[in-house]
Design a protein around this ligand. Structure first.
Ligand code: TYD
Length: 334
C-alpha cells in the first residue's frame, strides 16, 4: 500500500503521517508539500529517516509535481494541503482560491486519469458558516462567510461534483477547530501560549464570546484515518471534538496554565471582519464508523501548553521574519 499525503509538513498533515508511520507499518508514505510559511520539516523529524517515507517538494496546483509524487501509482490520496488561516484570507484571498480550489481541482484531475482507490479531502466545519443554534449535519447547507471558508467550500463542491460526474472514489472530512503540538503560532491557542510564555499580551477579538468546538490534533488524525479506511465513498463525515468553548474560556485557561493574569496580559482588540460567532457540528456519522475523540480537553490543553514550554526551539524561530511582518499587519491597527 502507498498513500500520497499532500501538505504533510503542516500541522494536521504531519500528525496524520506520524500516525500512519506508527500504526500502519504496511503503508508507504509519499508527502507532497509546497513548503509554504506554515510547513515545517521539524514536524516530521521523527520519521525523516524512515525507509517507507518519501518527500517531494511541490505545489498541488502544479500537475507535474502531482505526477511526480504519484510516481508508479498510489492507493490513496489524502489532501491536507491548504491555506488555512481566516485572518490571512481577509488580507490576501487569492492564495486561498489557488490552493484550496485550484489545487483540489488538480488532484481530482490526477484521480480521473489513474486508478486510485480512494481520495480523501480534508475540510473544515467552517464551510457551514455561523451556526446560531443546534448542530450542522453533513447534509446542512454550506454558508461560508470568509474567503478561507468559501475556498474550502469550493474545494468540497468540486470533490462532490467529481463524484457525481465521473464516479470518482472520494470522501470528505470536516473537522472542527484543532489544537495540539506543532501548530503554527498564528492560530488562537499557539499564538496565545507563545505570547504568554514571552510575557506579551494576547489580542482577544471583540467580546471573546465566540464559540469553537476544540479537537485534539491526534484525535483529528485518527478520525481522518478511520474515514479513509471505513467511510462510504461519496460521503462527507464531520469530525468534531465535542468541546465547545468560548474564546474567553480558552484565554482564561491559557493564562492560568502560563501563570499570567487577565488584567495584565489581555488586550481587547477590534473584532475580525465577518467573524463567525459559533461553529457546532454533529459527528454522529463518524461515531457510527467507530471513531470517537479520546483526548479529554482539559488534559489535552494542559499537555499542549507544556509542549510549547518544552519546545521553544521549535516555535521561537517561527516567530520572526515573515511572522513578525504578518503580526504587524494583522494586529498593529487593532
Ligand atoms: P483561529 O485559531 O484563527 O481559528 P478559526 O478562526 O479558524 O476558528 O481563531 C479561533 C477563534 O479565536 C476565533 O473566534 C478568532 C479568535 N481569535 C482571537 O480572538 N484573537 C486572535 O489573535 C486569533 C488568532 C483568534
Amino acid at each position: 500500500m502507498r498513500y500520497l499525503v499532500t501538505g504533510g509538513l503542516g500541522f494536521i498533515g504531519s500528525a496524520f503521517i506520524r500516525l500512519l508511520a506508527a500504526e500502519r507499518p504496511e503503508v508507504e508514505i509519499v508527502n507532497l508539500d509546497a513548503m509554504t510559511y506554515a510547513a515545517n520539516p521539524a514536524n516530521l523529524a521523527s520519521i525523516a529517516e524512515n525507509p517507507r517515507y518519501r518527500f517531494v517538494k511541490g505545489d498541488i496546483t502544479d500537475p507535474a509535481a502531482v505526477t511526480t509524487a504519484i510516481g508508479e501509482g498510489v492507493d490513496a490520496i489524502v489532501n491536507f494541503a491548504a491555506e488555512t488561516h481566516v485572518d490571512r484570507s481577509i488580507l490576501d484571498p487569492e492564495a486561498f482560491l489557488r490552493t484550496d480550489i485550484l489545487g483540489t481541482h488538480t488532484l481530482l484531475e490526477a484521480l480521473r486519469e489513474r486508478r486510485i482507490a480512494r481520495y480523501l479531502q480534508v475540510s473544515t466545519d467552517e464551510v457551514y458558516g455561523d451556526v446560531e443554534s443546534g448542530e450542522s449535519l453533513e447534509s446542512s447547507p454550506l454558508r461560508p462567510r470568509s474567503p478561507y471558508s468559501a475556498s474550502k467550500a469550493g474545494g468540497d463542491l468540486q470533490v462532490l461534483a467529481y463524484r457525481t460526474t465521473y464516479g470518482l472514489p472520494v470522501l470528505i472530512t470536516r473537522g472542527s477547530n484543532t489544537y495540539g503540538p506543532y501548530q503554527y503560532p498564528e492560530k488562537l491557542i499557539p499564538l496565545f501560549v507563545t505570547n504568554l510564555i514571552d510575557d506579551q499580551s494576547v489580542p482577544v477579538y471583540g467580546d471573546g464570546l465566540q464559540i469553537r468546538d476544540w479537537l485534539h490534533v491526534e484525535d483529528h488524525a485518527r478520525g481522518i484515518l478511520c474515514v479513509l479506511e471505513r467511510g462510504e465513498l461519496g460521503e462527507v463525515y464531520n469530525i468534531g471534538g465535542g468541546n465547545p468553548r468560548t474564546n474567553l474560556d480558552i484565554t482564561h485557561r491559557l493564562l492560568a496554565g502560563c501563570g499570567r493574569s487577565f488584567e495584565s496580559h489581555v488586550r481587547h482588540v477590534a473584532d475580525r471582519e465577518g467573524h463567525d460567532r459559533r461553529y457546532a457540528i454533529s459527528s454522529a456519522k463518524a461515531h457510527a464508523l467507530g471513531w470517537r475523540p479520546e483526548i479529554e480537553f482539559e488534559r489535552g490543553l494542559e499537555a499542549t501548553i507544556a509542549w510549547y514550554r518544552e519546545h521553544e526551539s521549535w516555535w521561537r524561530p517561527l516567530k520572526s521574519g515573515e511572522f513578525l511582518a504578518y503580526y504587524q499587519r494583522q494586529y498593529a491597527h487593532r
